[in-house]
Design a protein around this ligand. Structure first.
Ligand code: UD1
Length: 370
C-alpha cells in the first residue's frame, strides 16, 4: 500500500495545545496504519522558553522534525519568512497533507505555501469569525479557510459561517475542540500544582491582555487598566504579562493588589485559572477554557469569534468601557456569575475524530489508486 505523509504545523503559543492531542491520536492509531508518517513543523513564530519550549515539555509534544526559526517581525515580514522557509521543507518532504491549526500568521503562511505546491490542506478550528477585519487573526482565518480542503470546526456556528461563505458541505466536519482535549488531559496535573505564593484558591482574579487593539494604544491600555485598578480594590489580580504588553506597561502605575508575573507555561496557567474566582481577558482560547472550567470570564473586546462561549458558556463580552468592566466584575464578586454549560463535542475526543477522518480519506485515496 502507498504511504501517506502529513506535516503538522505549529508556530505560536496557542497552537501547541491544539496540535498535542492530534499527534497523540496519530500515534495511537499508527498500528493499523503503519504506512502513515507525521512530521512536526515548528515555524519559530514564538521562540522564548516560556512561550514555546515549556509548552512542549508540559504537553509531552515531541521535538519538532523541522524548525524554521523565523522569529518575530512585522506581519508581512514574518509571514513572508515563514513562507520562504516552509516551501523548501515541503519540496523536500513532499507531504500529502499539511495540517494547520488556529489563526496565527504561521497558519496562513504555511497554508498558502503548501496549497500553491498542490498539497492538500486540513484546517483545525475552521470557521471562527469575529467579523472584525482590523484583527490580523480574522484575515488569517478567512484566507486559510478559503483554500482548505478539509475544515474541522469546533461548533455548529462555525459550520454555519462556512456554509454561508459557500464552502461545500463535504469539506466541513464538526469535530469539537482539540484545545479542550488538551485541557481535559491535563487538568488533574494542573490543579495539583501550587499557586503563586500568597494566593488563596477562589479568592483572586486572573488578567491577560495582549490583543494589539487593546495594548498598542496607550489610551486604550490605560483605560482598561483604570478599570482593573478598581477591581483590585476588592480582589487580588494576577497578571501574567505577554511580551507584547510588557514594554507598554513601563511608566504605568498599577494598584498594589495587581501582581505582574512573567508569562506562564501551560500547566501552571491552567491551574491558576481553574482555582480563580474570575478571569478578565482579551484572549481567544481562554474564553473557551473558562467555559469548560465553569469559571466566569469577562472578555474585554467588542466582538468574539467564539460566540458559543457567550451563548451557553460562562463568557460575557464586556468591551473596553471601564464602567462596564467594573460593573460586570462587581456582579461576579457579588455572587451573580452566570452559570454556563459545555458546548457540544467539547468532550476530549476531537483529535481522535480528526485523525479518523484523515485516515479514512487516505484509505479512499488508496482504494482509488488501485
Ligand atoms: C500571536 C498571534 C495571536 C496569538 C498570540 C498568542 C498572530 C497574528 N498573532 O500574537 O493570534 O493570540 O500570538 O501569544 O499570529 N515575543 C517574544 N517571545 C516570543 C514571541 C514573541 O518576546 O516567543 C515578543 C516579540 O517582541 C514580538 C511580540 O512578542 O514582536 C509579539 O509577538 P507576535 O508573535 O508577533 O504576536 P503576538 O502578539 O504574540
Amino acid at each position: 500500500m502507498a504511504s501517506m505523509k502529513y506535516l503538522i504545523v505549529a508556530g505560536a503559543r496557542p497552537n501547541f495545545m491544539k496540535i498535542a492531542p492530534i499527534i497523540r491520536a496519530f500515534s495511537a492509531r499508527r498500528n493499523g496504519h503503519s504506512n502513515t508518517q507525521i512530521l512536526l513543523v515548528h515555524t519559530g513564530q514564538h521562540y522564548s522558553r516560556n512561550m514555546s519550549e515549556e509548552f512542549f515539555r508540559d504537553l509531552g509534544i515531541p521535538e519538532p522534525d523541522i524548525n524554521l526559526q523565523v522569529g518575530s517581525g512585522s506581519h508581512a515580514g514574518q509571514t513572508a519568512r515563514i513562507m520562504l522557509a516552509f516551501e523548501p521543507a515541503c519540496l523536500h518532504h513532499r507531504p500529502d497533507w499539511v495540517i494547520v491549526v488556529g489563526d496565527v500568521n504561521s497558519t496562513l503562511a504555511c497554508a498558502i505555501t503548501a496549497k500553491k505546491l498542490g498539497i492538500r490542506i486540513a484546517h483545525v478550528e475552521a470557521g471562527l469569525r469575529s467579523r472584525d477585519m482590523s484583527m490580523p487573526e480574522e484575515i488569517n482565518r478567512l484566507c486559510t479557510d478559503a483554500i482548505s480542503d478539509l475544515l474541522f470546526t469546533t461548533d455548529s456556528i462555525a459550520v454555519q459561517n462556512l456554509q454561508n461563505e459557500g464552502v461545500a458541505d463535504e469539506k466541513i466536519y464538526f469535530v469539537g475542540n482539540t484545545m479542550i482535549d488538551t485541557l481535559k488531559q491535563q487538568i488533574g496535573r494542573a490543579r495539583d500544582l501550587p499557586l503563586p505564593t500568597g494566593l488563596t484558591a477562589g479568592h483572586y482574579a486572573v488578567l491577560t491582555l495582549h490583543r494589539p487593539a487593546n495594548v498598542d494604544s496607550p489610551d486604550r491600555l490605560a483605560s482598561i487598566l483604570s478599570a482593573i485598578d478598581i477591581v483590585a480594590e476588592r480582589i487580588p489580580v494576577v497578571f501574567p504579562v505577554h511580551p507584547r504588553t510588557a514594554s507598554r506597561l513601563a511608566g504605568i502605575k498599577l494598584h498594589p493588589h495587581i501582581r505582574l508575573i512573567e508569562p506562564m507555561s501551560y500547566l501552571p496557567f491552567l491551574g491558576l485559572v481553574s482555582h480563580s474566582q474570575m478571569v478578565l481577558t482579551d484572549s481567544g482560547g481562554i474564553q473557551e477554557e473558562t467555559t469548560v472550567l465553569g469559571i466566569p470570564c469577562l472578555t474585554m473586546r467588542s466582538n468574539t469569534e467564539r460566540p458559543v462561549t457567550c451563548e451557553i458558556g460562562t463568557n460575557v463580552l464586556v468591551g473596553t468601557d471601564p464602567q462596564r468592566i467594573v460593573k460586570e466584575a462587581n456582579s461576579i464578586l457579588d455572587g451573580h456569575a452566570r452559570a454556563g454549560s459545555t458546548p457540544d463535542k467539547w468532550d476530549g475526543c476531537a483529535a481522535e475524530r480528526i485523525v479518523d477522518i484523515l485516515l479514512n480519506q487516505a484509505l479512499q485515496v488508496f482504494a482509488l489508486e488501485r
